[in-house]
Write a new protein. Structure first.
Length: 296
């Protein structure tokens, strides 16, 4: 990314490679930029503005409209985003867990809105939503909260993430086909992975839970994805599909993800594993299969 520090519009435009007229229009129409003011009243643009311009240009290059590209850029790097504060995020998780326990849909959305606005998509997913769901799941296994609260939390979060995923198949970027293997019914982390990958300019085809490998193969034939990512929490589910997965890998690159995938299982199935958390995995996938800059 271009590094800039408190530049006026002309120099900032030169550094980021976008005409000043376009930058002003993006700032006015979409709120893309948040310049500071000098003592003399001049707008001064910095690194956070440059990051959002970079994301905006990436979206436009992938075929998004200006409004869609700006929305994607602001989701990934919102105006005024702060460095993630662990104390604030811990309090947000407590608020979210309390909202789950009280079946309070409005409070759930309010907490998510606050963290999205303050810290952006990646922090909201990795520091708030997914850890809170893991806490609820672990507590339910120990006898509390009730199964109703666990279902309320997971269904509400899934619906909210799918709302963020609206139109994630549009554009002209590389295409990722995402699915859970047969028998796997946990897909929220896979949705979250798709959202982060979308912020890198990828298009997403999402098949969801418990998808037969033949169905995945049909979708591969119809869409011609750049890569197919299959998720599982239980290693046995992947083991059971080993021959079918290897046949699928002859038609398109197949990568495995999820807690059920170990290095040993990956070697046994002869399929690549996406390691790390979902943000690391999205970056790894983008480095492996994303578009490369054209030579000058």
């Amino acid at each position: 990314m271009v590094t800039v520090q408190a530049l006026r519009i002309g120099e900032f435009a030169r550094r980021v490679g976008v005409p000043a007229t376009s930058l002003r229009a993006w700032e006015r129409r979409y709120g893309l930029l948040a310049p500071a003011r000098s003592a003399g009243g001049f707008r001064l643009y910095g690194d956070a503005d440059a990051r959002r311009v970079e994301l905006m240009l990436r979206g436009l290059a992938q075929g998004l409209s200006a409004a869609e590209a700006a929305s994607a850029a602001l989701s990934a790097a919102p105006v005024g985003a702060a460095t993630a504060d662990t104390g604030d995020l811990a309090l947000a998780r407590e608020r979210l867990l309390a909202a789950f326990g009280g079946y309070d849909e409005g409070a759930v959305h309010a907490v998510i809105d606050d963290v999205l606005a303050a810290y952006g998509l990646e922090a909201c997913l990795t520091e708030l939503v997914l850890p809170a769901l893991r806490t609820v799941g672990a507590a339910w296994e120990g006898g509390a909260p009730t199964i109703g609260q666990e279902h309320f939390a997971s269904n509400l979060i899934r619906a909210r993430l799918m709302a963020l995923a609206r139109l994630w198949g549009r554009g002209s970027g590389p295409l990722a086909l995402l699915a859970c293997v047969p028998g796997e019914r946990h897909d929220i982390s896979l949705i979250a992975f798709g959202l982060v990958l979308r912020s890198y300019g990828w298009r997403i085809v999402f098949l969801g839970t418990d998808t037969p490998i033949d169905t995945v193969r049909q979708a591969v034939s119809a869409t011609g994805p750049t890569v197919c990512v299959l998720s599982a929490f239980a290693p046995a589910l992947l083991d059971a599909e080993g021959p079918a997965l290897r046949r699928l890998a002859r038609e398109t690159p197949v990568l495995l993800s999820g807690p059920g995938v170990s290095d040993e299982l990956s070697r046994r199935l002869r399929l690549q594993r996406l390691g790390g958390d979902l943000v690391v995995a999205a970056r790894e996938l983008d480095e492996l299969f994303g578009p490369r800059p054209q030579a000058a």
